[in-house]
Design a protein around this ligand. Structure first.
Ligand code: COA
Length: 206
C-alpha cells in the first residue's frame, strides 16, 4: 500500500496528531480529500511570498505532495485550519530543526484574512506546544514587509529578537525576516492576560 492509498483515519492514528478546538476553529491533520481545497486556497502570490516554502503557482500536485509529506517526521506537526462547521481556511504547523526551538508557521486563504482567525489558530498551536508537547520556547518569523503576521505573533506574546535573511521559495531569492521568540514564562503571562480580558468582556456584556 502506498501512502496515497491510506485512508485519513488510519493516517491520523499512525502519528496520533491531535485535533485542537478553539471558539471558532478546528485544527486537524490534513487528509487526501483536502488536496483540491488546499490548492485553491494556497494558489495566491500574497501567501507564497510571505512564507518560506509555499511555491507559486500552487497546483493540485503541490497540495498532494504537501499532504503526503505532512506529519511524516517526528519533529513536525502540520494542521489544517477549518471553521467549526467544516470549511478549511488555511494551514498552521510547528517544526523543530535540530536543537533550535520549534518554529511556527501559518497561512490563511486571502478571503479569510482580517477576522482574527490566524491569531486564534496560532494561540491553539502554541498552547499545544507548551502544554502537551512540553516545549520551553517557540520561534516565529515574519517578513519585514508583513505587518499582519508580525501583529499575529505580538498578540500571542512573541518578542522581537532581530532580523535575518531567509530564502523565500516563491521569490527564488532571500528576503529580510523579523525573528520572534516566545518562552514558557511569557506564554503563561500572555495566556492569563487573555483569560482575564475575556472574563472582563463577559462581565461587561452580562
Ligand atoms: C499573516 C496572516 C496569517 C494573518 O491572518 P489574519 O487572520 O488576517 O490575522 P489576524 O486577523 O488574526 O490578525 C492580523 C492583525 O494584523 C493587523 N494588520 C493587518 N494588516 C495590517 C497592516 N497592513 N498593518 C498593520 N497591521 C495590520 C490586523 O489589524 C490584526 O491586528 P489587530 O487584531 O490588532 O487589529 C495572513 O495575512 C496570511 O495568511 N498571510 C500570508 C501568509 C503569511 O504571511 N504567513 C505568516 C508567515 S509564517
Amino acid at each position: 500500500m502506498t501512502l496515497l492509498d491510506r485512508s485519513p483515519p488510519e493516517s491520523l492514528r499512525e502519528r496520533n496528531i491531535p485535533v485542537l478546538a478553539t471558539e471558532r476553529l478546528i485544527l486537524r491533520a490534513p487528509c487526501f480529500e483536502d488536496a483540491r481545497t488546499i490548492a485553491a486556497l494556497a494558489n495566491d502570490r500574497r501567501i507564497a511570498e510571505n512564507t518560506l516554502r509555499i511555491p507559486h503557482p500552487y497546483g493540485l500536485a503541490d497540495a498532494q505532495s504537501f499532504i503526503t509529506a505532512a506529519n511524516a517526521s517526528d519533529g513536525e506537526i502540520v494542521f489544517l485550519i477549518a471553521r467549526r462547521g467544516g470549511d478549511v481556511i488555511g494551514g498552521c504547523g510547528i517544526a523543530r530543526f535540530g536543537e533550535e526551538p520549534p518554529e511556527i508557521g501559518y497561512w490563511l486563504g486571502v478571503s479569510f484574512w482580517g477576522q482574527g482567525y490566524a491569531t486564534e489558530a496560532v494561540r491553539a498551536v502554541i498552547d499545544h506546544a507548551f502544554g502537551d508537547l512540553g516545549y520551553d520556547a517557540v520561534a516565529g518569523g515574519a517578513r519585514v514587509s508583513n505587518p499582519a503576521s508580525r501583529r499575529v505573533l505580538e498578540k500571542c506574546g512573541f518578542q522581537w529578537t532581530g532580523v535575518g535573511l531567509y530564502r523565500i521559495r516563491a521569490l527564488a531569492s532571500s528576503a529580510p525576516v523579523d525573528r520572534f521568540h516566545l518562552d514558557r514564562r511569557r506564554w503563561a503571562i500572555t495566556r492569563e492576560d487573555g483569560r482575564q480580558r475575556a472574563w472582563a468582556q463577559k462581565l461587561e456584556r452580562a
